[in-house]
Write a protein that binds this ligand. Structure first.
Ligand code: FCB
Length: 427
């Protein structure tokens, strides 16, 4: 089976991971600027202060995109460039940067796909409580309206939030990402307020742009390990938390049972604002079983999945789980789907046969989901250039293009040429 006409072939990246220029042109600090500078937070002691210096080098990166033949580029917009304090005055120079970037992409024949929020909350909003506070949702809605009014005529697909589950879990429950809070279940309001912000952002985008709107969730099919009823219950609980909590409410189904959220009257209607698609970030399934320690604070244990090759992140390579996931989302929610992130880290420089194999098997998995009836509209490789991989710093390399972070030299890897040929053949 071939890919549908107009299927989007793209690459994804995000502001903090590539832009650098963290205080250029009036940008305010974000929680990632703060967090990365705290001792011990980032594995290799690095920060995103310079990263790939994409802020200054984006013309070169767009050349790499046109060389690849992608028709779409999924970027994220740094809220703290647009509104340095997260509320109040707009910073025209920050917005101007995205204005130029979007124009340069269009001129190169690459459609801009833009995420409004990829984990980089303006620090002043965090100082007021961040996503634990309801007010942050309203601020996000306002910011979405500002960006929609400025770029809504040119961005071809909008993504409100990136992976609210990961942001809540890593940032607020376990403290391994910014803002570094380890609140366990008390982190749940950060989930609800992100979804409320999403709903308000959908309304703001509908008022300012005619382009389709979606939200990107991180999905991880659950593999229950162990054969007891308790293991199955732990698996279902984890699936509700990771895979359903941030999707069921979008479709008007409310939160899965058992999660106490600070829902006010009308919130669920705001969150269920009609969407044009679901955006899917997929890397690997998760092994789950009942907690082995009766005093464990969580009702599940996460366990490594044996029997699969693993990436440099130790994530198992299981392409068939992507087919399973896309078919499940199609069956349960019925919306068009975009795979907005999929990729792998390997330490290789120019020759990266493991990445070629990974991508080839996952693109076949998308094809299988299409054959099974899922309405998949696009596939985006994570990521174009090696970049700042959050808590791992520069120690994990996901790029189709190698970056020497001392010289900023970009060198396409074998997977870049492979992806270029695949796109050319698939059109
Ligand atoms: C995803 C993130 C993205 C990148 C990849 C490897 O969860 O959205 O920024 O870090 O993982």
């Amino acid at each position: 089976m071939s890919f549908p006409t107009n299927f989007r072939w793209g690459v994804s990246a995000t502001a903090y991971q590539i832009e650098g220029a963290v205080d250029a042109d009036g940008k305010g600090p974000s929680i990632w600027d703060t967090f990365a500078h705290e001792p011990g937070r980032i594995a290799d002691g690095s920060t995103g202060d310079v990263a790939c210096d994409h802020y200054h080098r984006y013309p070169r990166d767009i050349e790499l995109m046109t060389g690849l033949g992608v028709d779409s580029y999924h970027l994220s917009i740094a809220w703290s460039r647009v509104q340095p304090a997260g509320s109040g005055p707009v910073n025209p120079a920050g917005l101007g940067y995205y204005d130029r970037l979007v124009d340069a992409l269009l001129e190169a024949g690459v459609d801009p796909v833009a995420t409004l929020y990829h984990w980089d909350l303006p620090q002043p909003l965090q100082d007021g409580g961040g996503w634990l506070k309801r007010d942050t949702a309203a601020r996000f809605g306002e910011y979405a309206g500002i960006v929609g009014a400025a770029l809504g005529d040119r961005v071809k697909l909008w993504v409100t939030l990136n992976e609210p589950f990961v942001h809540m879990a890593y940032g607020y429950a376990f403290g391994v990402h910014a803002p570094g809070q380890a609140l366990l279940f008390d982190a749940l309001p950060a989930g609800h307020h992100q979804l409320l912000g999403h709903g308000l952002a959908v309304a703001a985008l509908r008022a300012t742009t005619g382009s389709p709107v979606t939200i990107a969730n991180h999905y991880s099919p659950v593999r229950v390990l162990g054969g007891t009823e308790a293991d199955r219950e732990a698996g279902a609980w984890y699936d509700a938390l990771h895979n359903r909590m941030f999707t069921d409410p979008l479709l008007g189904r409310g939160y899965p049972e058992g999660f106490q959220m600070p829902v006010c009257d009308g919130d669920l209607e705001v969150i269920a604002a009609p969407l044009d698609a679901l955006a899917v970030n997929y890397y690997a399934p998760t092994g789950v079983r009942a907690p082995q320690d009766p005093d464990a604070p969580l009702p599940f244990d996460l366990v490594p999945l044996d029997g699969y090759p693993v990436t440099d992140f130790d994530w198992p390579v299981v392409p068939e789980a992507l087919t399973e996931l896309l078919l499940r989302l199609h069956r349960e929610y019925g919306l068009p789907l975009y795979v907005t992130e999929n990729g792998c880290s390997y330490p290789s420089t120019k020759d990266d046969p493991e990445r070629v194999e990974f991508l080839s098997r996952h693109i076949d998995a998308v094809r299988a989901a299409l054959s099974g009836g899922a309405d998949v509209r696009g596939y985006f490789v994570w990521t174009l250039t090696d970049n700042f991989e959050w808590a791992e710093g520069f120690s994990k390399r996901f790029g189709l293009v190698h970056v020497d972070f001392d010289t900023q030299q970009r060198t396409p890897k074998a997977s870049y040429h492979w992806y270029r040929d695949l796109i050319a053949r698939s059109r």
